[in-house]
Write a protein that binds this ligand. Structure first.
Ligand code: ADP
Ligand code: TRP
Length: 322
């Protein structure tokens, strides 16, 4: 069975870009694949240094994943920090991670270009991500477009490691991106991202959702005039929730004229609100009973750790750590 693995940082509230870029893919994969999903709390330390905040956000992220449909009895779901072997592998892989390769990482370069003074942790972020992937022999790694390069770096590091030990101990992973949702637009039309402050959060109250959707930037066109749907952010967001018939019907409404962006925004609000209704209810329930979250995470940690320990024993032996 294909092993599908991905992680997400608990660096803020999840938004619909995270959902369609990555979370939904993992949830769907559960039907036919062996899914490994984790909360990357070590990675989040590159941006969240307030311990109390990191702990809160980690818990919230776990609740969000479980509410959205990660099934801990079917998949392996854990906190990255419950499997400390990943940090040992990170060190070993560091010996096979050329500085030049890491210097070319877009996400690192973007942060430096924005004036952030980088730590070693931020610089070596892709090596820890490689350890996450390679420790569990992942075949496929579902991610949004911005993470493709990191998965390629993991693959490069695995090849270098395998060459160095003269074997095939590390499985080479492939990234997986859904073309339709490769980049979910934010309320300003640019890529939706926490760092751009343009997100639509999944778990939000109705008023905030309405307010947020009203802020989506649209071209000022008279109500009667036909409208272009192709590059319209409201249309693109609606399309995420619609099947082919639904999309065709909405396209006709745009082309016909007589409706303004206010109407389409109200429709989008309704689509989002309905789509996440069940997840919202589950999230409230888990917040009332945190022991359920702890239990789910404990089961996952045990499964993940057993696999990690066995793999690490083979890796240690291959590199001469006795
Ligand atoms: P953010 O950009 O908000 O900080 P992350 O970098 O934590 O989000 O991304 C978590 C996951 O969600 C990654 O797999 C990423 O590729 C995906 N993702 C984030 N934003 C989008 C988006 N706008 N469209 C598609 N996928 C996205
Ligand atoms: N870097 C990923 C992100 O920001 C999160 C992540 C950490 C990850 N380790 C991973 C994703 C391993 C896939 C596989 O979204």
């Amino acid at each position: 069975m294909v092993r599908t693995l991905s992680g997400i940082q608990p660096s803020g509230a999840f938004h619909i870009g995270n959902y369609f870029g990555m979370i939904a893919q993992l949830i769907k994969a559960q039907q036919s694949e062996d899914v490994f999903a984790f909360i990357a709390n070590y990675h989040a330390m590159t941006s969240v240094l307030d311990g109390a905040r990191l702990a809160d956000q980690t818990r919230e992220a776990a609740i969000a994943f479980l509410s959205l449909g990660i099934d801990p009895s079917r998949s392996t779901f854990w906190l990255q920090s419950s499997v400390p072997e990943v940090l040992e592998l990170y060190w070993i892989l560091s010996q096979h991670a050329p500085i030049g390769l890491l210097e070319r990482a877009h996400s690192y370069k973007d942060k430096v270009a924005k004036g952030l003074s980088p730590s070693h942790g931020l610089f070596s972020y892709p090596v820890l991500m490689a350890a996450d992937i390679l420790l569990f022999d992942a075949d496929a790694v579902p991610v949004g477009k911005d993470q493709i390069q990191h998965v390629e770096i993991a693959r490069d590091i695995a090849i270098k490691f395998n060459n160095a030990i003269g074997g095939e101990l590390l499985r080479l992973p492939d990234f997986r991106v859904e073309d339709d949702v490769a980049v979910v637009p934010g309320i300003d039309g640019a890529k939706m991202s926490k760092s751009y402050g343009n997100t639509i959060e999944i778990f939000t109250d109705r008023k905030t959702l309405e307010k947020r959707i009203k802020q989506i930037v649209t071209a000022p066109i008279p109500l009667e005039a036909p409208k272009q749907w192709e590059n319209d952010a409201v249309y693109r967001l609606c399309a995420l929730f619609l099947d082919e018939n639904g999309k065709a019907a909405l396209q006709r409404r745009y082309e016909k004229g007589g409706e303004g962006h206010g109407h389409f925004k109200a429709y989008l609000t309704e689509l989002i609100w309905e789509y996440f209704a069940a997840a919202r209810a589950r999230s409230e329930e888990l917040k009332r009973d945190p022991s359920k979250v702890d239990k789910a995470l404990a089961i996952g940690a045990e499964k993940a750790r057993a696999i990690a320990k066995a793999k690490m024993a083979r890796i240690r032996s291959a590199v001469g750590i006795i």
